[in-house]
Design a protein around this ligand. Structure first.
Ligand code: ADP
Ligand code: MG
Length: 267
């Protein structure tokens, strides 16, 4: 069964794209078939996968606005060995065009269903806002992976995200759940990190991944080479952490972990 996960948080700079690229490559390393969907007009996941966003003839924009077939737009990340549905700045226009289209929240879900059987995992890299693109990701996926930096304002904004997830669950996508909370850029020497971590465990219990992604300079360097960290420096702490995360996600799936109540309230 294909699992579709949206990597979301309307905050920027919390490790969504880094997680998408490196989790995709790590799942491939365990022999899974993976598609990365770049749903951010910044195209960072596309570039970080070694695909030049300025040279693309067709992107996710053309797919969402019925100008192209999804199968014609997929590209292979030579570096990461996964498939990419790429994005560039054109996607900004799609967000506006989609507003006047019928079934506007279901457009992504409809196109992904056409190719879902070819993959074990589909990871959607969401933009840093709760806009129509993000709503499409939430309507299309089985679960949301929320990336969080354990810092002072980390929990702020989380209730808006969870409110949106609850709404989409009730109105459009009854299978939607919070798949997991991932702590990124983690520094256990910082006492605030431990406080925020404790609060996350209180609210989300076993939905918080045991794997934390440490702050690791190799993770920040790899995108400028268009490589997942597993290719750039496979011994690095960042590479090992994302491999561990892939293992944890696969194990959770195999165990069929219990679902999270959708009404988790957060400060
Ligand atoms: P988002 O997609 O949520 O905006 P990114 O994944 O682009 O966040 O990360 C923001 C910045 O932080 C990028 O420059 C990225 O390279 C860097 N970064 C992300 N995760 C880590 C990490 N674990 N250690 C060090 N740098 C990181
Ligand atoms: Mg991003």
């Amino acid at each position: 069964m294909t699992k579709i996960y949206a990597i979301a948080n309307q905050k920027g700079g919390v490790g969504k794209t880094t997680t998408c690229v490196n989790l995709a490559a790590s799942l491939v390393a365990t022999k899974k078939r993976v598609l990365l969907v770049d749903l951010d007009p910044q195209g960072n996941a596309t570039m970080g996968s070694g695909v030049d966003k300025s040279e693309l003839e067709e992107t996710i924009y053309d797919v969402l606005t019925n100008r192209a077939d999804i199968a014609d737009c997929l590209v292979v990340s030579e570096e990461g060995k996964y498939h990419v549905l790429p994005a560039n700045g054109d996607l900004t226009a799609a967000e506006v065009e989609m507003l006047s289209m019928p079934n506007k929240e279901r457009l992504l879900g409809q196109v992904l269903q056409q190719i879902a059987d070819s993959y074990d995992y589909i990871l959607i890299d969401c933009p840093p806002s709760l806009n129509m693109l993000t709503l499409n990701a939430l309507a299309a996926c089985d679960g949301v992976i929320i990336t969080m930096q354990c810092e002072y304002y980390a929990l702020e904004g989380l209730s808006a995200l969870i409110g949106t997830i609850n709404q989409i669950h009730d109105l459009l996508n009854p299978k939607l759940r919070i798949e997991g909370i991932l702590r990124t850029m983690y520094d256990p020497r910082n006492s605030l990190t431990n406080d925020v971590s404790a609060q996350l465990h209180e609210h989300f219990a076993d939905r918080v991944y045991r794997t934390c992604i440490p702050r690791n300079v190799r993770l920040a360097e790899a995108p400028s080479y268009g490589q997942p960290v597993l290719v750039y420096d496979r011994q690095s702490k960042g590479a090992l952490a994302y491999l561990a995360l892939a293992g944890e996600i696969i194990r959770r799936n195999e165990l069929g972990a219990s679902s999270t109540p959708m009404n988790s309230e957060v400060a």
